[in-house]
Write a protein that binds this ligand. Structure first.
Ligand SMILES: Nc1ncnc2c1ncn2[C@@H]1O[C@H](COP(=O)(O)OP(=O)(O)OP(=O)(O)O)[C@@H](O)[C@H]1O
Ligand SMILES: [Mg+2]
Length: 496
């Protein structure tokens, strides 16, 4: 049988990086084929070559048996190859419907956009995804999860033969991911070939028919999912045994660092109260939209509209801005690294120092020597793969961008660190490094609040778990709780 899409001997070099080194990939009609590898392994680059975003330096692509060389994304689309990129490419001020049909808006004979037709078509696409998104809403009013679903809707509307999804669930809840999986299975059953990039092994094992592993730009191998194990795949990815995924939990805890009393998010009747102790990792579980990020932002002074009391080490404080929060010893690693975390056009070193200026300035001037030492220390500690600290952050792979964001917040040496989805898009090896790092902060008496939508991560890391539902904390569970118990509270079936 002729493969649907085939890539052979693909090599791609960027200045300072050999992103792909004689890589290969084969996709059959009707299969879901997972692509996995550590951050920077070359997954996105290979997919961008298949979808016409980049041109390979050498190698061959065959589509339905014929050699092709898509020179740009439009040519790839015309052949039937669509991609949902890892980094969202939505146009924020436009409506959902216009984002689903960019450049293909239905017009009447005077060239005016037929908005009713457009909204109706978009509504049908969204209906397939079983999501309640108003096609007339502007993109910027949507959560990241919903923006991502719109991107997927856009690819679906193209009726493509090959659908490439680059980490599509990194911002989705498990329930939203399940809906997406159902849809992908239906598409595959109808003959579409699907390439699925994810760092979540459980997803890959639940969804895919085959998996291909890349390491350092090289092809390591392809396995039939039913004939391999997560351990084997991890070994292929990292080239070694990893050891325990999660560090040991805390043996005890110190004094209260933070106390939140009856903090009410705007427009809500119920308030939230909790304490954070030195030396603990406090997990925040809940569905997307349950208010975890809003609560964190309110504590960090990024949202002035919340009401309630905050005490730091027993003293009442009014935190009215993030810069004040940083001076008081709080750090907040936001969930959306692009919108709120990183300066993509700036060098790695400038991003790392951005929130720790006192450490690198001397009498108001940035000291280049200190800046270099600080940045190099974190690049080394977090194993950020970059040709150097002068590299622009946008040129790093997604996972290495996330590590740069972590470095930025470590560099302020906070007493309390709030991390919001800290390992989104991070490979198993780097994820483990970040987990051990958060735990070592806690061992050094930092109080860590970890918001995560990945239940295994919540269970693996937390000394205590708070569950949020509809804007308020509804349960406090100990670190030995179960996924079922958390989900029961998170979905509002119990408590409240
Ligand atoms: N536009 C670019 N300019 C320079 N280097 C790049 C560019 N795009 C990617 N790279 C480099 O090529 C290598 C492969 O990157 P790629 O984005 O394909 O990795 P990935 O496997 O998708 O990783 P992740 O899991 O983190 O998304 C990385 O070292 C990255 O820094
Ligand atoms: Mg990538």
């Amino acid at each position: 049988m002729i493969p649907l899409l085939e890539a052979q001997n693909i090599t791609k070099r960027f200045p300072g990086t050999l992103a792909l080194d004689d890589a290969q990939f084969e996709l059959r009609r009707g299969e879901i084929h997972a692509l996995i590898g550590e951050n920077g392994a070359g997954k996105s680059t290979l997919m961008k070559i298949l979808s016409g975003v980049y041109i390979a330096d050498s190698g061959e692509i065959r589509f339905e048996g014929r050699p092709v060389s898509p020179a740009n994304p439009r040519e790839a689309l015309e052949m039937g190859i669509a991609i949902v990129h890892q980094e969202l490419s939505v146009v924020r001020p436009l409506t959902v419907a216009e984002n689903i049909y960019p450049g293909r808006l239905p017009t009447n004979r005077w060239g005016m956009v037929k908005y009713n037709d457009l909204f109706e078509a978009a509504r049908r696409v969204l209906e397939q995804l079983q999501v309640e998104i108003n096609p007339r809403a502007t993109m910027e009013t949507l959560s990241i999860a919903n923006q991502q679903l719109v991107e997927i809707g856009k690819a679906l509307s193209l009726n493509c033969k090959v659908l490439i999804l680059d980490e599509p669930t990194s911002a989705l809840t498990e329930r939203e991911a399940e809906i997406l999986f159902g849809l992908l299975r239906r598409l595959a059953a109808n003959g579409t070939g699907i390439i699925y990039i994810s760092h979540k092994l459980s997803e890959i094992f639940a969804l895919a028919d085959r998996v291909t592993v890349l390491r350092d730009g090289r092809y390591i191998g392809t396995r039939v999912i039913a004939e391999t194990t997560p351990d084997e795949v991890v070994r292929m990815m990292v080239g070694r045994e990893l050891g325990d995924f999660y560090p040991a939990k805390s043996a005890g805890r110190g004094q209260p660092l933070l106390e939140v009393r009856n903090l009410r998010l705007p427009g809500l009747a119920a308030g939230s109260s909790f304490q954070l102790f030195a030396g603990e990792v406090l997990g925040f579980a809940g569905l997307i939209g349950s208010g975890r990020t809003e609560l964190a932002r309110a504590i960090f002074g990024a949202d002035a509209k919340a009401e309630g009391e905050i005490l730091l080490e027993g003293r009442p404080v009014q935190i009215t801005s993030p810069s004040q929060a940083i001076r008081l010893g709080l750090g907040y690693l936001p969930e959306d690294r692009k919108a709120a975390g990183l300066f993509l056009d700036m060098a790695v070193k400038l991003n790392i120092e951005a929130s720790s200026l006192p450490e690198v300035t001397r009498s108001g001037f940035i000291s280049p020597a200190r800046e270099r030492v600080l940045a190099e220390r974190y690049v080394k500690q977090l194993n950020i793969s970059t040709p150097g600290i002068e590299q622009e952050v946008r040129r790093l792979s997604g996972g290495n961008q996330q590590k740069t964001l972590v470095a930025k917040w470590l560099s302020i040496q906070p007493k309390i660190l709030i991390v919001d989805e800290p390992t989104r898009g991070i490979d198993v090896g780097a994820k483990r490094e970040i987990h051990y790092l958060l735990r070592s902060l806690a061992q050094n008496n930092v109080g860590v609040i970890m918001i995560s939508s990945e239940l295994p991560e919540i269970l693996g890391m937390s000394d205590r778990v708070l569950v949020m539902h509809e804007g308020a904390i509804v349960a406090e569970l100990d670190g030995a709780t179960t996924e079922e118990q958390i989900m029961m509270y998170a979905s509002g079936q119990q408590g409240g």
